[in-house]
Design a protein around this ligand. Structure first.
Ligand code: SF4
Ligand code: SF4
Length: 164
């Protein structure tokens, strides 16, 4: 059965160990810009939101690729890049609703999450359990974005109440 990364925003402390573990695993470097997930910090309200690959019912990165280099594995549902076909047009980078497909300008290749072949390093390293890996919930990516928006709105309201 396909498995997906899921995020509990309330548990993320912004330690960014997940980014370091991801880049170390894939690139042998502690370099967040090479991680396949991204922690977005909202300094004004003291909130960190982990952005991870999926779950996408429709994968825009696959739909937008002009050379069919971005594919979806029919068994795992995970998307992956066929580097023999990739022309580095960056269409998938722009199409990713989670902002976690990147062009590595050093190696000149598209980098994206691969779920660490089923044993995600980000999940293992997260000290608070903010990122989990398991069978997909019924929620879609839209639900997840709605939840992030709701969480951010609530935290903003709480922060402004604290100031008044
Ligand atoms: S390791 Fe966990 S708590 Fe730390 S930044 Fe990543 S998701 Fe947040
Ligand atoms: S599952 Fe692996 S590749 Fe994907 S974000 Fe986590 S550590 Fe990176």
């Amino acid at each position: 059965m396909p498995q997906q990364l899921t995020v509990d925003y309330t548990k993320c402390t912004g330690c960014r160990l997940c980014e370091l573990a991801c880049s170390a695993h894939h690139e042998n470097k502690f370099q967040p810009s090479l991680a396949r997930l991204k922690i977005v910090r909202y300094d004004d309200i003291g909130v960190d939101i982990p952005n991870v690959c999926g779950p996408c019912e429709e994968a825009p990165c696959v739909d937008v690729c002009p050379t069919y280099a971005m594919r979806r594995d029919p068994i795992t549902d995970m998307t992956y890049v066929d580097y023999d076909k990739c022309i580095l047009c960056k269409s998938c980078v722009g199409a990713c609703v989670n902002g976690v497909i990147r062009l590595d300008t050093e190696s000149m290749r598209i980098i994206k999450c691969d779920h660490c072949d089923g044993d995600p390093e980000c999940v293992k390293i997260c000290p608070t359990g903010a990122i989990q890996f398991g069978p997909p919930a019924r929620s879609t990516v839209v639900d997840r974005h709605d939840k992030a928006e709701t969480y951010l709105a609530e935290m903003t309201r709480t922060a402004s109440e604290g100031e008044s």
